[in-house]
Design a protein around this ligand. Sequence first.
Ligand code: HEM
Length: 157
Amino acid sequence: SDKTKSTLYDDLGGKPVMDKVIADMLDLALADPRMAPIFVDSDMERLEKLIIIHTCHIADGPCDYDGQDMRRAHDGLGIRTLHFNTLVENLQQAMDDQDIPFRTQNRFLARLAPMHDDVTERSPVPPRTTKADSYSVAPITRMGPDQDPETPSEASP
Ligand code: HEM
């Protein structure tokens, strides 16, 4: 590879800028009451370090992320598309604050967007229990019109 060509990580401003961007992104997320509950059980110091290494790796910086894969890391946290989009907004705000050009921001966001499905969960579909289901099925199968106790048949004494 061409060592004289800058990486996306370089274009984003390298470690001094990106460490600050990630710290600010997490501060913004924790300050948002829709986001904070998702982080309650997390060691934020550890998480910040891992995300700094991971984002550096994603942006072709000089870092090797060997932590959990994204699906496993986020499993069971209840993260929805709303949370994903909010964190992206927090990240954009943090990058704006460091005067990272939009063009460069978008190159980075384009590498994060495909992780949406690994990070988020869909809401479970509730079982379909309507009044119509129980009324139309249960009485008819349990007894026919002849056995209706309210209308004794002609044959009964
Ligand atoms: C592209 C999007 C995302 C990336 C690249 C990413 C990256 C990471 C990384 C590298 C870790 C550490 C994994 C480990 O513990 O080994 C992590 C954990 C975590 N992420 Fe994300 N994340 C993303 C989206 C989100 C979103 C949208 C939320 C919620 C708003 C979130 C909340 C968390 C939490 C709470 C943990 C820590 C879980 C724990 O304490 O074990 N992440 N993420």
